[in-house]
Design a protein around this ligand. Structure first.
Ligand code: ADP
Ligand code: ADP
Length: 232
């Protein structure tokens, strides 16, 4: 479960203030997929980045799996962040590492034994449909394949929640559908709670249980996909 309570974020820069988020509250129930949609500059990136405190809110509280992240010490936060996976528009793979080595990275950082890493990476390659791509470098892969590697990498450490920051925005429509289908599988098979942000209506219609609409830093509407899209 992810719960953002009364989040306000003010950026201060060279004497100017931007209120990127204004009292936004969002609940993502355990095992659900919630999408946040809004125009460019609406505050979507800032919002999703508050969930793992990449952005610390000016006001408000952040709960992940019942734990309040705001009041945590640095070491507690580092531990809590291991339960929070994140994928990005531009995949953020390391180009000097193979598919295997990219997926293995978080496990190496955890000092997981080598044979355990091999077993886990093979399992993940199967899960995301990249069997046989283990030794390829990212430059050889399509955009959809790169995102599959990024998904495998973030799942390596068994996160409870997954944040998707415009995860399909760099992909063509057919590839977008296949990545959304994969996210839906992950959600239902692994019971991973998903919060995603997008500027694309089709993405939320395709996989979200609920949708929140933000504009100018404010929550405009929140409800089931059917409710939100049933009226003009
Ligand atoms: P979206 O993801 O919906 O496009 P953002 O969350 O990126 O929106 O931005 C919301 C607002 O906050 C915008 O006005 C943006 O310029 C501003 N903003 C975002 N990050 C920063 C920052 N680090 N410093 C100052 N302003 C920022
Ligand atoms: P996106 O919305 O696709 O994430 P942006 O171009 O809005 O990308 O933001 C990219 C990065 O720049 C983010 O880290 C964001 O916090 C920062 N940023 C966005 N707007 C501003 C701004 N007005 N001033 C400073 N940094 C900003």
């Amino acid at each position: 479960m992810i719960e953002l309570k009364h989040i306000t974020k003010i950026f201060r820069q060279e004497g100017r203030e931007t209120k990127a988020l204004d009292d936004v509250s969002i609940l993502v129930p355990k095992g659900k997929i919630v999408g946040v949609i809004g125009e460019s500059g609406a505050g979507k990136s800032t919002l999703i980045r508050t969930v793992n405190l990449l952005e610390r809110p000016t006001l408000g509280e952040v709960f992940v799996d019942g734990q309040n992240l705001i009041s945590m010490s640095d070491s507690q936060l580092a531990k809590a962040r291991r339960d929070i996976g994140m994928i990005f528009q531009h995949f953020n793979l390391l180009s000097s590492r193979t598919v295997f080595e990219n997926i293995a990275l978080p496990l190496e950082l955890d000092k997981t034994p080598k044979d355990e890493i091999r077993r886990r990476v093979e399992e993940l390659l199967l899960l995301v449909g990249l069997e046989g791509k283990s030794d390829d470098y990212p430059s050889k892969l399509s955009g959809g394949q790169k995102q599959r590697v990024a998904i495998a990498r973030t799942l390596a450490t068994n996160p409870k929640v997954l944040l998707c920051d415009e995860a399909t925005s760099a992909l063509d429509p057919a590839t977008t559908r296949s990545i959304l289908a994969l996210l839906k599988d992950i959600n239902s098979q692994l019971n991973i709670t998903i919060l995603l942000i997008t500027h694309e209506m089709n993405v939320v219609k395709e996989i979200c249980d609920e949708v929140a609409v933000i504009s100018g830093g404010q929550l405009i509407e929140q409800g089931s996909v059917a409710d939100i899209f049933s009226h003009p």
